[in-house]
Write a new protein. Structure first.
Length: 277
């Protein structure tokens, strides 16, 4: 059973709780939506699923109903207690904690491969996805519901306004695709923006040769997009030697948004070679 808007309101009132803006809490209160997300996640009895920001447990229940082994993470004290009580007879592990500070190796030690399915708070969606791609290889698939604008940045192409440093980070690790949209009307409280569902699948290996130090690569990308309106020869001055542009076949007159992940990789590799000389 999943939650309707009235049931969610009554549940919160019974436990003396209310959505917390500071935590970006917008609960999905439409049963069809959570069932749709669980279906699109394509998980079943052989899968291990981790959910971040389980909230009132509506999506959690839909995931449990697929037969998957579910671990639900919730940062809010009151909601974590509510979840543990409400789902005490279901096959789920409820974890009270901050997803950005958990020991993920320990948390996911029971299985080699995991799928993340989550309605991510808008204020932390980007760092959570980026950190998990960087540091938690056990998560090899994600289906995340995020603000539409954020979703468009996740999947953007070079030479578009949405293309940025996070796009390059995601392209380095994964293939990303928007697979659906979710209207504001299914949330409580109702946000002022539309949401989108983004599917990410981790690549067998990064798109840039692993001999290129990824921290140096991402530092270069952040520097370039930090002054995205400037030509690279200016935004990367003091970081990238002028001759590195020729070596990487990248125009110093280009701007950050014009470079693909492959271009950034070549530029980082050329810079590293010249630094070693």
């Amino acid at each position: 059973m999943t939650l309707t808007r009235r049931e969610a309101s009554e549940l919160l009132a019974t436990h003396g709780l209310a959505p917390r803006r500071s935590l970006g809490q917008n609960f999905v209160v439409d049963p069809n939506t959570v069932r749709r997300i669980a279906r699109l996640a394509d998980v079943g009895p052989d899968d291990h699923v981790v959910e971040i920001g389980a909230g009132l447990g509506a999506l959690t229940e839909a995931l449990i109903d697929t037969g998957a082994h579910v671990t639900a993470i919730e940062i809010d004290d009151g909601l974590a207690r509510l979840l543990a009580e409400r789902l005490r007879d279901r096959d789920v592990r409820v974890v009270h904690g901050d997803a950005r500070r958990l020991d993920w190796s320990e948390l996911l030690s029971s299985a080699p491969r995991w799928t993340l399915v989550a309605n991510l708070p808008y204020n932390v969606a980007t760092p959570i996805v980026a950190d998990l791609l960087d540091d938690v290889p056990a998560i090899d698939r994600m289906l995340v519901m995020v603000q539409r604008e954020v979703a468009e940045r996740f999947v953007a192409r070079p030479r578009t306004g949405a293309y940025g440093a996070v796009t390059v980070k995601i392209a380095y690790w994964a293939e990303a695709e928007i697979i659906g949209y979710v209207p504001a009307t299914v949330f409580m409280p109702r946000p002022k923006v539309e949401s989108a569902l983004v599917a990410l699948r981790r690549r067998p290996s990064p798109t840039v040769d692993e001999s290129v130090d990824r921290r140096a690569l991402f530092a270069l990308v952040r520097a370039g997009f930090g002054q995205r309106r400037k030509m690279l020869r200016r935004s990367l001055a003091g970081i990238v030697p002028p001759e590195a542009f020729d070596a990487a076949d990248v125009s110093p007159e280009a701007r950050a948004e014009e470079l693909s992940i492959a271009d950034w990789g070549r530029l980082a590799a050329a810079t590293a070679r010249l630094e070693r000389l």
